[in-house]
Design a protein around this ligand. Structure first.
Ligand code: GLY
Ligand code: MN
Ligand code: MN
Length: 434
């Protein structure tokens, strides 16, 4: 993504906060793992969105119309001794040109240098708890100004609403990036489906997925990969991925890569043997029908909740028809009797975060879908083989199915970013047996 796009985002955010505000946005710090090591560094999504800058311990300040520059960044200074251990740093000397900001300072100078950009503003706009090491300094800076009898902002305003509204609508370059992330993730899914054999351990499919991610430049999954076979498919956040799979199992894989900070989020469920049993096929076809109708409901002008409500109705009707739910549709919907098998909602926003930012309601009203929004559509049915399911026929128990795709809303409907991952029973069986 080029520097002009980050400048455009900063300008739009400054227009949103207005000339009397100042925005302070913190990057992430390193997180210790153990001994002398850290977890792989992941930049804060809000900070990345506004800067494209991927080093720890940096702070962006936006002070609209400030005479000394309206966009400035604080970052780690160059230091050959430290850099020999921890790698290259951009440093304040090169930052203005590389990042397209007006000014740059060492992070070590922030307590003094930031003051004049805050002075005289009515409000500080910031994200609470973005980086607890740095963001707790804001009250100190305001206190210092007051002590010096300088004009300190009186209001602290949460930046989340204005910033996250921007992040919700994806630009063309973001859409292209997310398409690439979805393509890599779909190819990874295809490989796992092709390589799956009875007797393998779940972690071997995890390895197939990750090998495609890594070999295509996606250096990390966007979230912990789920490979849940048999009953493990019924555990929403199953990440042990340690069971040996049998030919009687379905296996559910929920895996998406992160590519240059943008996420994909795909789920496919398939038979370890390469052939769906009758009961597995029945549940699978029902979830697929619900997902197909829900994707049709994900279009401009419809509400965020419409895919969920559409899939919920199809799934609930199907469960009643199969005798798994013993009630009427109205009773199920009114008393939430379907929750026992459906468990979760059908959609969330997708972007820099896998559960991306942005409101799903506005002013208490349901939100309409607009071109450039990206959401998942992921209905599922889960029937664990436990005592809570004693009233359910044996043949359905132990089945968990979810099908998840990533949907870009367009001006003429939608585009399924993850459409390269097969999902009809015929396509899956052909892939496994061909
Ligand atoms: N993989 C997380 C989710 O599907 O929401
Ligand atoms: Mn999801
Ligand atoms: Mn998922």
């Amino acid at each position: 993504m080029n520097v002009l796009e980050f400048q455009r985002r900063r300008s739009r955010l400054m227009a949103a906060i207005g000339p009397n505000g100042v925005a302070i946005v913190f990057g992430n710090s390193e997180v210790p793992r153990n001994g002398d090591t850290h977890y792989p560094f992941r930049q804060h999504s809000d900070f990345f969105y506004l800067t494209g800058f991927n080093e720890p311990d940096a702070v962006l300040v936006l002070a609209p119309f400030h005479e000394k520059g309206e966009t400035l960044i604080f970052l780690n200074p160059r230091d050959p001794n430290i850099e020999q251990w921890t790698g290259y740093r951009l440093g304040p000397e090169s930052a203005p040109e590389v990042l397209g900001v007006d000014a740059a300072f060492s992070i070590q100078e922030i307590d003094t240098e930031i003051l004049e950009f805050i002075t005289g503003r009515e409000a500080v706009h910031a994200l609470w708890n973005a980086n607890s090491k740095l963001d707790q300094r804001i009250p100190d800076w305001l206190h210092t100004l007051k002590r010096k009898r300088r004009e300190a902002p009186e209001d602290l305003i949460n930046l989340a609403l204005s910033l996250h509204e921007l992040r919700l609508i994806k630009s063309e370059s973001e859409q292209a990036q997310m398409q690439q992330a979805a393509d890599i993730s779909a190819d990874a899914m295809i490989r796992a489906i092709q390589r799956c054999q009875p007797g393998m351990f779940e972690w071997q499919l995890d390895a197939e997925i990750q090998s495609v991610f890594l070999s295509r430049g996606a250096r990390s999954p966007a979230y912990p990969i789920i490979v849940g076979s048999g009953e493990n498919a019924c555990i929403m956040h199953y990440v042990e991925n340690s069971r040996q799979m049998t030919e009687r199992d379905l296996v559910l894989i929920d895996a998406g890569c992160e590519l240059d900070h943008y996420a994909a989020d795909i789920t496919r469920t398939f038979p370890v043997s390469g052939k769906f049993s009758d009961a597995q096929r029945t549940i699978y076809e029902l979830v697929l029908e619900a997902q197909t109708q829900a994707i049709s409901a994900a279009s401009m002008g419809n509400r965020f909740r419409d895919p969920h409500e559409t899939s919920r109705k199809v799934l609930t009707e199907g469960l009643i028809e199969l005798g798994i739910l013993n009630c009427t549709l109205e009773e199920a919907l009114e008393q939430n009797l379907d929750r026992r098998f459906l468990v979760h909602g059908c959609s969330h926003w997708l972007g820099l975060d896998v559960h991306d930012v942005g409101r799903t309601t506005l002013n208490g009203k349901p939100r309409s879908l607009e071109p450039g929004m990206v959401l998942t559509v992921e209905p599922g049915i889960y029937i664990p083989n436990n005592e809570k399911m004693n009233d359910v026929e044996e043949r359905w128990r132990g089945i968990g199915v979810r099908i998840e795709d990533d949907i870009l809303i367009t001006s003429d409907g939608n585009h399924v970013l993850s459409n390269k991952a097969p999902k009809s029973t015929d396509d899956i069986e052909a892939l496994m047996n061909g």
